[in-house]
Design a protein around this ligand. Structure first.
Ligand code: NAD
Length: 494
């Protein structure tokens, strides 16, 4: 067990987990820092090509047995992992606070969602896995079955670290693939190492799950192995569209399948008949959970002019009441942004909007890396935070009044992203009609853009990527195999 640098928190393992073994401690490490104050959270193993190669080889060797494991055996393991995950909630919450600045609310939400997804995944081994198709050839039978791909290599992000890491390897594993995960260097504990502890305790077979951590600047070295190694049949990436463009080009060259879960610029429409209090609550949660550092955070709200002023006033009052500070305190909602660059970028976008004539309703200042939840109105269409051409990964929300809902609907979609959207209205039929015309992977009526459940297929369109969670991931992590079978001699043209 490694030294616990924060005595309040049990850190656990900090080395690579390859072929069911923890690598020896004492090798090269890098410090993982608390975004609140740069104190050292842990010293984590700094891996590279050699560890990545060993991990892929272990996953390759484990694949045939894991793929052939009866569904009931896999189910038992997943259910056990769910129980362990829930049991460890109090300590994982603390790690997520000091490593990623996550509030208790956000961390506990992710942990419960992870346990729910593990329980969902426990049943996927029993999903029907094929079809029989009639053949035009007399006496011939055609069978279509779904087969696992082999080794799936995953990249996990730092932001929704704990849940997204589960999603990165759990979905492929539930369908019979083995995995190697490279967690974000900003949160290697909550984006992978804790999971390895849980799977080890649950009794998952050696090599079915492997994890290689690396220092900042060494991601490409590990990634090279994923793209070059012939045993890796799929890259499962969750992260920014900027990185996805680099890795996607590599996947194209290597002719490897790549699943991409990327960022978003998620709009909400509040129609004139909406329950204003409910819309205020949904917006506050949707925009400011995790300080605006979630792919599905609400970035812009279009509010009908008839209710706009009252909505802004109520929202601003609620937002001013959100407690900011060290998220190790369970009552804190707003913790620090992940690093100085995130703080700078949020200030730059705010400044750009203000210089173009925007009105600051509330917030606007940062204290260390804690950025006040910030609301802007009257933001011109060409301000960076309005165009949605680039995610602002911080607590910056734009509100705009509209007169014509159809025009607002069109404007809300004027973004290269297509992850999530929301419509608040008491008229469900109208909401459904408008929802059908939103070009996003997810649209909620009377819920925040941030809503998520383990069984639901989360994923985007356009620059938000492709791939879906829940059992729909069977499309991403299996391939279709055609087998035909005949009896008697065939008839051939020559
Ligand atoms: P990121 O793209 O910086 O990093 C993601 C992963 O890619 C990390 O493991 C990182 O180490 C690795 N990486 C980065 N550059 C690399 C390179 N040149 N070569 C190889 N690997 C590299 O993203 P992030 O900052 O960790 O996460 C935040 C982003 O992820 C946001 O854009 C957010 O919207 C998106 N996201 C999307 C979803 C979703 O489900 N759609 C969920 C969470 C986060």
């Amino acid at each position: 067990m490694s030294e616990t640098l924060n005595p309040e928190v049990r850190i656990g393992r900090t080395t690579h987990f390859i072929n069911g073994q923890w690598a020896a401690e004492g090798g090269e490490t890098f410090p993982v820092l608390n975004p609140l104050d740069d104190s050292v959270v842990a010293h984590v193993a700094a891996g590279g090509r050699a560890e990545a190669e060993a991990a892929v080889a272990a996953a390759q060797a484990a694949f045939p047995a894991w793929a052939a494991l009866p569904p009931g055996e896999r189910q038992r393991l997943f259910l056990k992992a769910a129980d362990i995950t829930e049991r460890r909630l109090p300590e994982i919450v603390k790690i997520m606070a000091i490593e990623g600045g996550a509030s208790t609310t956000f961390a506990a939400f992710q942990i419960r969602l992870s346990a729910a997804m593990l329980r969902q995944a426990a049943s996927w081994g029993y999903m029907p896995y094929g079809d029989m198709i009639r053949s035009d050839t007399p006496g011939r039978t055609a069978m279509v079955t779904r087969k696992p791909l082999g080794v799936v290599a995953g990249f996990t992000p730092w932001n929704g670290a704990f849940y997204l890491a589960w999603r990165t390897f759990l979905l492929p594993m539930a369908f019979g693939n083995t995995t190697v995960i490279k967690p974000s260097e900003l949160a290697p504990l909550s984006a992978g190492l804790i999971h390895a502890e849980i799977l080890e305790e649950a009794g998952f077979p050696a090599g079915s799950f492997n994890i290689v951590t690396h220092a900042p600047g060494a991601a490409a070295e590990v990634a090279d192995v994923f793209f070059e190694h012939p045993a890796v049949r799929c890259i499962n990436f969750t992260g920014s569209d900027k990185t996805a463009r680099i890795l996607g080009a590599r996947a194209g060259q290597a002719l490897k399948r790549m699943v991409m879960e990327l960022g978003g610029f998620n709009p909400m429409l509040v129609l004139e008949d909406a329950d204003v209090d409910d819309a205020v609550n949904a917006t506050c949660f949707g925009a400011f959970l995790h300080q605006g550092q979630v792919c599905m955070n609400t970035r812009k709200v279009y509010v009908h002019r008839a209710i706009h002023d009252g909505f802004v006033e109520k929202l601003a009052a609620k937002v001013r009441g959100l407690k900011a500070g060290d998220p190790i305190d369970p009552s804190v909602i707003i913790g620090p942004l992940i690093n100085d660059r995130a703080v700078e970028q949020t200030h730059e976008r705010l400044q750009d909007a203000l210089e173009r004539g925007a009105t600051l309703v509330t917030g606007g200042k940062s204290h260390g890396r804690i950025f006040e939840p910030t609301i802007l109105t009257d933001v011109p269409a060409d301000a960076i935070c309005t165009t949605g051409c680039d995610e602002t990964f911080g607590p910056l929300l734009v509100i705009e009044a509209f007169d014509d809902a159809e025009a607002a609907l069109a404007q809300a979609q004027n973004t290269p992203y297509g992850l999530s959207a929301a419509i608040m209205t008491r008229d469900q039929a109208r909401g459904l009609n408008m929802a059908s015309r939103f070009d996003t992977g997810i649209i909620h009526i009377n819920a925040p853009t941030m809503a998520s459940e383990a069984a639901l297929p989360v994923g985007g369109v356009k620059d938000s990527g492709w791939g879906r969670s829940g059992h729909y991931a069977v499309e991403d992590f299996t391939e279709v195999r055609l087998t035909t079978m005949g009896s008697g001699p065939g008839r051939y043209p020559f």
